[in-house]
Design a protein around this ligand. Structure first.
Ligand code: HEC
Length: 125
């Protein structure tokens, strides 16, 4: 019993570093689970709800948005924290019967998501 406990604990300790040093899978997962339904896996506004939001979900890989992101790197994080679009997101999800469970954002989550999205946006020209 005690041995099993120690073994589990050991496995958790060993597993931990691979979780925290993962190749930003946290940012990718957050994006896929919470943003891609509108913004699309490619961040081009190609998700199933992209044309159901009002206004339609924009392509965030355009040169105009890249310029915005480079002049104001906080635009991604602030769109989550400040919700400048009011109830646009909850309303669109609700009208289309899509449920995304609430999430207690950590600072690391915000950084990871920012890094993930910025990476995809600047790679896709
Ligand atoms: C229900 C659909 C929907 C979901 C889900 C959604 N967005 Fe958006 N997003 C939009 C729409 C629509 C706009 C354009 C709003 C406008 O023009 O007022 C937008 C705009 C943005 C912008 C551009 C802001 C700017 O000022 O140019 C960013 C960045 C963004 N979203 C990030 C995210 C992130 C990060 C997530 C996930 C945590 C997310 N969005 C989830 C629909 C969505």
């Amino acid at each position: 019993m005690k041995t099993a406990f120690v073994a589990v604990l050991g496995a958790l300790l060993i597993a931990q570093p691979s979780v925290s040093f993962a190749d930003n899978s946290n940012g990718k997962n957050l994006y896929s689970q919470r943003c891609a339904v509108c913004h699309g896996a490619d961040i081009k506004g190609s998700g199933p709800l992209a044309r159901k939001s009002n206004p339609p979900t924009p392509d965030l890989t355009t040169s105009a948005f890249k310029k915005r992101l480079s002049e104001y790197p906080g635009v991604i994080v602030s769109s989550i924290i400040l919700r400048p679009n009011g109830n646009l997101i909850p309303k669109t999800l609700q009208e289309n019967g899509v449920k995304i469970p609430p999430h207690a954002w950590s600072v690391k989550d915000l950084r990871d998501l920012h890094d993930y999205m910025s990476g995809v946006i600047s790679i896709k020209r």
